[in-house]
Design a protein around this ligand. Sequence first.
Ligand code: GCU
Length: 330
Amino acid sequence: MRGMILVAIASVLLFPSCQRSDAVEAGGVLYLRYADNQPEDYPTSKAGRYFASLVDDMTGGRVVIDVYAGGTLGDEPSVLEQMRYGGIDFARCSLGILSDFYPDLAFMTLPFLYDDTEHMWRVLDSEIGDELLTVTQDSSVFGLAWFDAGARSFYTRNPVYSLADMEGLRIRVQETDLMTEIFELLNVVPVKIPYGDVYSALQKLMVDGAENNFPSYYHTGHYETAKYVFLDEHLMLPEMLMMSVSAKEKLDEFDPDLYPVIVECARQSGLYERVLWAEEEKRAKEACLESGCVIYYPSDEEKDEFRKAMAPIYEEFSEYGEIIERIRSM
Ligand code: GCU
C-alpha cells in the first residue's frame, strides 16, 4: 500500500530535486520534532511515524522528523505552547485541547454534534473540514490533516445506568473551561486533569471516573480501576496533525518547494490512521471486555436524557449557528 501511495504522491507533486537549497548542496538535513501524547503502539503514534517515513522518502532523506510519543515532550497544552515558540515542529492534538487555544474550533467540540463516525468524516472530508484546518494558521500552527479519535463515553468505578446515577460523581475532564461547563450540565463535578495523570487520579480515588474512547481507555489502563462503561458516545473529538509556523519558516528557508510534499504526506498519514483506528477501536473494546469490564448500552431514551441535559451549551455558540446547521444536515 505504501508503494502505491508514494507513487501517487510523486505523480501529483513536482519533486523539487532540481531546486535544492544551499543547505542541501552542503549536505544539510533538516531535523524536525513531532509530539504525540499517546504511547508508541497507539494508532496516532503509528500514523505519526508513517508520516515521518513518507516525508523521509519523499525528500530523499533531506527532512528527518523525529517522532516523540508517550507525551515525552509534554502534555497537550504545553506542546501547543511550545509550538507557538518554535520548540516543537509537529504535533497531533485532540480538538478538545486545541479549541482552547483556537476558539473558532470550539463549536466542533459540542456534544452529540455528529450522528456517527461516517457523519463526522463526511464533514471533515468536505470543504468544511478543509476550512477548519486553516483556522489556526494565522496564529501559530498550520493544520495539515485530521485523525480519527472515535466517540467518547463515560467509565466509572461504580455502574452508571442513567443520568440520575451521574449526579455528584467526580469526573475527569480535559483541561479546558469549556469541557468543565459542558459536563457541569450533567450535574457531575468535572475535574481538570492532564491525560497522563488520570491513571493515578483514578487509583488514588481523586476521581470516580472519566470519559474517553476505547483505545485510550485501554492503553492508559484506566479500565483497571474504572471498569463500568456507560456507552453514551457524547463527544466525537477528531484530532489534528499540525505544523508550527516556525517549522514552516525553517522548511521554506531550507527548500521553498517542500511544503506541499509535507501536506500530502500528512493527508496520507491521516488516511492511514483512520484504518488503524477502526481496527484498534474493536481490539481495545474486546480486550477491555476480556479483562472484566462491563459495558452498559443506554437505550435511545436514556441517551436522550444526556443529549437534552447538554443541549444548553449550544446557546453559547449561536454565532456558529449556520455552520452547525450545515454540519447537522450533512
Ligand atoms: C484522547 C486523545 C488525547 C487526549 C485525551 C484526553 O485520548 O487522543 O490526545 O489528550 O483524549 O482526554 O485528554
